[in-house]
Design a protein around this ligand. Structure first.
Ligand code: HEC
Length: 147
C-alpha cells in the first residue's frame, strides 16, 4: 500500500514539473489568440496554418527553429503579409517546447499530416545543436514554399 502511494506521489510530481501544451500556450495567446486565429496583418494565425507548415518539406525543423530562435522580417500566410517579431522561446525546456508544438498541431481542428508523429523532447534538443538568428529562420522559411 505504501509503495503504491509512493509511486502515485512520484508520478504526480513529474506531472507537475512537465508543463502541458495548453499551459505553455498561455504565453502565446496574447498574440496568436486563444482561438489560434491570430490578428490579421499583425499576428499570423496558427489555426488552419500549422498543418501547412508541417506538411512542407523541412517544416518540422522550421517550426522548432521558430520556437527556439524566434522569427523576424516579412512573411506571408495565406496571401496576407506580416512583418513582426516572434520572440524566441529557447529558455523553455525541450519537453515544454515539444508540448506546445503538439498543442498547436492538434488544436482548433489542426491535425498532424498523415504519417507524422508527435514532437518529442529529443527532436527539439537535436535542433539546439545549430543555433540560428531570427532573420536566418526567416530566410530558411522561404525554402518551404509557403504561400
Ligand atoms: C509578442 C507576440 C507573440 C508571441 C507571444 C508569440 N508569437 Fe508566434 N509569432 C508572432 C509574430 C509577429 C510572428 C510572425 C513573425 C514575422 O512576421 O516575421 C509569429 C510567428 C509564429 C509562427 C510561424 C508562422 C509561420 O507561418 O511561419 C509560429 C509557429 C508561432 N509564431 C508560434 C508561437 C507559439 C507556439 C508561441 C508561444 C510559445 C508564440 N508563437 C508566441 C508573434 C508572437
Amino acid at each position: 500500500m505504501k509503495k503504491i502511494l509512493l509511486a502515485g506521489l512520484i508520478a504526480l510530481t513529474s506531472l507537475a514539473l512537465a508543463q502541458s501544451g495548453a499551459s505553455v500556450y498561455q504565453q502565446c495567446q496574447g498574440c496568436h489568440q486563444p482561438t489560434g486565429a491570430g490578428i490579421p496583418g499583425v499576428f499570423p494565425p496558427l489555426a488552419g496554418h500549422v498543418p501547412e507548415i508541417l506538411a512542407a518539406k523541412g517544416g518540422r525543423e522550421y517550426i522548432i527553429h521558430v520556437l527556439l530562435y524566434g522569427l523576424t522580417g516579412e512573411i506571408s500566410v495565406k496571401g496576407a503579409k506580416y512583418n513582426g517579431a516572434m520572440p524566441a522561446y529557447g529558455q523553455l525546456k525541450d519537453e515544454d517546447i515539444a508540448a506546445v508544438l503538439n498543442h498547436i498541431s492538434t488544436q482548433w481542428g489542426n491535425k498532424f499530416p498523415a504519417g507524422q508523429k508527435e514532437f518529442t523532447a529529443a527532436e527539439v534538443k537535436a535542433q539546439r545543436a545549430k543555433p540560428l538568428t531570427a532573420a536566418q529562420v526567416n530566410a530558411a522559411r522561404k525554402a518551404l514554399g509557403l504561400q
